[in-house]
Design a protein around this ligand. Structure first.
Ligand SMILES: [Zn+2]
Length: 610
């Protein structure tokens, strides 16, 4: 079964009458016409080179030249030089053209010496505050791989906390507990018997707790599973084993004292430093509450928010439509400066590895289980229609083919009720597709928001996913190229701290479908590998589109904000398997360095990892 026909692309071109001659002339792929959803007038940002260039020149604050400049404009032009005045790009083009912007002693001139200039990266799905908190004040075990190592680290963390205090942390991998993905409280009890331990999995969908934590939460064998969650139990005794799925996690986490305002600010600072170091200057926070919004505002007011942020307001499944006036109020109160609270996040299923992702057909060998549908599909339609009517963008979490279909159905219902508007609803994660749903993304103007770092055959895929799916369904795991070929807008995000926030690691996997650190040597579903330029677009211009800021960021074009990144190598000149070795040397936000300095020397510790 092969999805790559020419038909979808021809349809794309035909529906864009005005762009068709240009697209035909340059032989562009669908990426060049991204952003124009059917029935919605969106202008692909930018245009031909120099369209808005002021060629008369003037006094620029900064001119960058001397290396390959990939502009990411709509025809993917290369340039020789960029001039910047204040926070804006005023000229993109030849070195000669940029010369008229240089005023001696007034204009800083940076010679790239062959290094590459790109639009800064944007992450379409990330959790900066919770991730930053777990590294700055929590017990983070992300970088460890075995259960023994987790337990050792937790014991260490426990010693550094006051007696009796909770030990909270996250980052363990379900694959360390293969084949079930379910950990046991006794391992933690042996290391920390006297104080409660709460440790979330790296994907945030499971918690590993010790006996003390279960006691404090009052969980016994008689405690029923909450809606949308599961208390994992010993099949013989019915006792909780110390593993909680999805909504069951809050039975314990709600007992933990919340982080203080100062701690939250420290967490966000930590994340911003890391993201800027990785070349990221914009992102969509995939889940915020009132306290997170206050944390962002605290930094925004002190001019310390070194990224443009779209916040996704978390839809509480235990509540109903009465949340919407609160969201409207939060949008009004918290949309200011670099912060916009204009999106609502809805989680529609769990994850594949513990069979909580909602599937159309049962998991193989799991007694007919089809996963968890978080919101009944009829209710989902009502909710999404109401949010759409209020002008919110909806950011869905959907992993299984049933959940993806339910989200698409909900958007379809909203469009039927409200008419097509420039809504840019997007579905994140998108692990397993029913092939028939692939073309619906473009048809409904829904952005496919992938986390490409997951698209290689690691333990999650090999041991915890493939064994439970029929071979013919396995072909449709993370079908990124098929989505591109269908003409959908494809954007990328990291889901940090679930997995690395380094866009270059993620881009490498999108291009190779192999592990970025050599974990695998065979591409996983090689038909779904994509071109480097499509992968870069997904992390720049298309992520900007998701954040409704492709008119001012995401590409290097005159008139746009100077959010830029200098890399130590030209990505198009390194072998695909070495993309993740490339380092960020300088990150500019509105023309000002937020990482690195004008010398373009790699700072110590630059690159991957926090
Ligand atoms: Zn997420």
């Amino acid at each position: 079964m092969h999805l790559m026909t020419r038909t979808p692309f021809l349809l794309v071109v035909a529906s864009l009458a005005t762009l068709a001659p240009l697209v035909a002339a340059i032989g562009a792929t669908p990426e060049a016409v991204r952003g124009a959803a059917p029935g919605v007038q969106t202008t692909p940002s930018g245009g031909s080179m120099g369209g808005r260039n002021d060629t008369r020149g003037g006094r620029a604050d900064l001119v960058i030249h001397g290396g390959p400049i990939y502009t990411m404009d709509s025809v993917r032009t290369w340039a020789e030089a960029v001039a910047i005045k204040g926070d804006r790009i005023v000229y993109v083009g030849s070195s000669r053209g940029a010369a008229s912007w240089i005023v001696p002693d007034k204009t800083r001139v940076i010679d790239l010496q062959g290094r590459m200039l790109l639009p800064a990266f944007q992450d379409a799905h990330i959790h900066p505050i919770s991730g930053g908190l777990s590294y700055s004040v929590g017990c983070a075990v992300y970088d460890l791989v075995t259960k023994e190592a987790y337990v050792h680290k937790v014991a260490e963390c426990a010693q550094s906390r006051p007696p009796g205090a909770w030990v909270r942390g996250d980052g363990w991998a379900l694959s360390a507990f293969a084949p079930t993905g379910i950990p046991d409280r006794k391992l933690l009890d042996a290391a920390v018997p006297d104080r409660p331990v709460y440790l979330e999995s790296s994907d945030g969908h499971s918690a590993w707790v010790n006996t003390r934590a279960l006691q404090l939460a009052g969980i016994t064998r008689d405690t029923p599973d909450p809606a949308g969650g599961r208390i994992d139990r010993d099949p013989k005794t019915g006792e909780a084993v110390g593993s909680l799925q999805d909504s069951a996690m809050s039975l314990v986490s709600s007992r933990i004292p919340p982080y203080t305002r100062d701690e939250r600010r420290d967490g966000l600072h930590y994340a911003l430093r890391m993201l800027n170091r990785l070349g990221i200057t914009s992102f969509q926070d995939a889940s915020v509450g009132e306290e997170d919004l206050m944390t962002y505002r605290d930094l925004e007011e002190k001019d310390e928010l070194t990224a443009r942020v779209v916040a996704s307001l978390w839809w509480e499944r235990a509540q109903g439509m009465e949340q919407i006036p609160r969201f409207v109020d939060q949008r009004r109160r918290f949309t200011h400066g670099r912060l916009r609270a204009t999106t609502v996040k809805i989680m529609q299923d769990g994850v594949m590895e513990v069979q909580t992702a909602a599937l159309l057909k049962p998991y193989l060998g799991k007694g007919g289980q089809k996963g968890l549908t978080m919101i009944d599909p009829q209710t989902l339609k009502t909710v999404v229609t109401a949010l759409d009517k209020e002008g919110f963008q909806v950011h869905f979490h959907a992993i299984g083919d049933a959940a993806i279909r339910e989200c698409l159905d909900a958007v379809e219902a909203a469009r039927r009720a409200n008419g097509a508007r420039d809504s840019r609803h997007h579905i994140a994660h998108l692990e397993l597709f029913a092939p028939a749903d692939i073309s619906r993304f473009r048809a409904l103007g829904v952005v496919a928001n992938f986390q490409p770092l997951w698209a290689f055959a690691d333990g999650y895929i090999k041991d915890l996913t493939l064994p439970f799916l029929e071979p013919e369904r396995q072909r449709f795991i993370y079908p990124i190229r098929s989505l591109l070929a269908s003409g959908a807008v494809v954007a990328f995000g990291s889901d940090w701290s679930v997995s690395s926030a380094n866009p270059l690691e993620e881009i490498e996997v999108a291009v190779t479908r192999m592990g970025p650190a050599g974990e695998t040597r065979t591409p996983f579903i090689p038909e779904e590998r994509i071109d480097l330029r499509d992968a870069l677009a997904a992390f720049t211009l298309n992520a900007a589109y998701v954040n409704f800021q492709d008119d001012r960021t995401g590409s290097i074009e005159a008139g746009k904000l100077a959010d830029l990144v200098v890399l130590d190598h030209n990505l198009f000149a390194v072998p695909p398997g070495e993309i993740s070795n490339v380092r960020v040397l300088l990150t500019l936000l509105g023309g000002k360095p937020v990482f690195g300095d004008w010398s373009l020397n790699a700072a110590p510790g630059a690159g991957a990892g926090p």
